[in-house]
Design a protein around this ligand. Structure first.
Ligand code: UDP
Ligand code: MG
Length: 317
């Protein structure tokens, strides 16, 4: 299996890891059983995204006994989407499976998904029928976010899917050539097109440990998705500007009428306060929206490396 002249293997499984010490061994066992049964040549590519627990140590000890275990270790936490991107950039497989490391995405689904790839589909993603063991707030915000996202984007991003999917060579190639720094992979993959299909599954609760997605990371992720795939917030901002200006114009006419025709000098403190505060609010919101886009342009212009690798057991050729 490890002959030098072997150019490519059937599948790379990309595993983003952020403090998953409680899950890695079980994950490894379940994946290995499945992949051996499928009789594929494969590699398990662990991307350690700055874990502060024993994750890296566990991965390294797996790698000592199994040459199919590869790893990249980041210099710090760069985020889930970047970890997966690093995996895609480094993968040797003809197909790549992206899967969460907390066993919320059951590895047992891989054979069904891979079958569809063999039938000629370029992307097979897994759509969740329900999500167990997640807080009500997470479920509601996720539901709302994906509904909002499909409303404001021109790309149809499938509802109720995570990043759990298998993609083939064509898709990997295009993804590698998409240089944007704010990654929203499930959107990018939809945008690429080709033939995409899905299988349905029931999402399990996390096997061990706790979520690495803080609300802060979730908000950033949501804004990355919206700004990368839609200009509608900007259009809403300018529309709001027009509407507010229109109303202001009418109020100006009314004020002049009151001042010169009716000659009634009402004290008018309340109306002034309300309009000042209202206008101030609208302006700040619009500036904020513009700021979200500009900050992302700024990140792209700086063009820093997406991630920094501390160590790895992969020889680059
Ligand atoms: N993850 C990561 N970097 C982070 C946060 C999460 O690589 O900064 C990984 C994590 O180890 C897991 C996957 O991304 O494999 C999904 O994260 P998590 O399960 O914490 O998110 P949730 O399922 O709660 O949305
Ligand atoms: Mg999870």
């Amino acid at each position: 299996m490890e002959t030098k002249d072997m150019v490519s293997i059937d599948m790379t499984v990309v595993l983003p890891i952020y403090n998953e010490e409680a899950n890695i061994n079980t994950l490894y066992d379940r994946l290995t059983i499945i992949l051996k049964k499928m009789q594929l040549t494969y590699e398990l590519l662990f991307v350690n995204d700055g874990s502060t627990d024993q994750s890296l140590k566990i991965i390294k000890s797996l790698a000592m006994h199994d040459t199919q275990v590869k790893y990249l270790d980041f210099s710090r936490n760069f985020g889930h989407q970047i970890a997966v991107t690093a995996g895609l950039n480094t993968a040797k497989g003809k197909t790549v499976t992206i899967i969460d490391a907390d066993l919320q995405d059951p590895p047992e689904l891989i054979p069904n998904m891979y079958e569809k790839i063999m039938e000629g589909w370029n992307v097979v993603y897994a759509r969740r029928r329900n999500r167990k063991g997640e807080g009500i707030l997470k479920k509601i915000t996720a539901k709302l976010f994906y509904r909002l996202l499909t409303k404001v984007t021109s790309v149809p991003i499938p509802l109720d899917t995570g990043d759990f999917r298998i993609i083939d060579k064509k898709i990997i190639q295009v993804l590698k050539n998409m240089p944007e720094q704010s990654k929203f992979l499930r959107g990018q993959i939809s945008w690429i097109g080709f033939k995409q299909t899905f299988v349905e599954y029931d999402r399990d609760p996390r096997y061990g440990g706790k979520t690495g997605y803080t609300y802060r990371k979730m908000i950033r992720f949501a804004l990355d998705g919206i700004t990368a795939f839609s200009n509608i917030p900007l259009k809403i901002a300018s529309l709001a500007g027009f509407i507010v200006s229109g109303i202001s114009f009418l109020l100006i006419l009314y004020s002049l009428y009151g001042r010169f025709i009716l000659k009634n000098y009402a004290p008018g403190w309340a109306s002034i306060m309300i309009s000042v505060l209202f206008l101030g609010g609208i302006q700040l919101i619009c500036l904020g929206i513009i700021g979200e886009y500009i900050s992302r342009m700024n990140i792209n212009i700086r063009n820093r490396p997406l991630y920094i690798v501390n160590e790895s057991n992969i020889e680059y050729s």
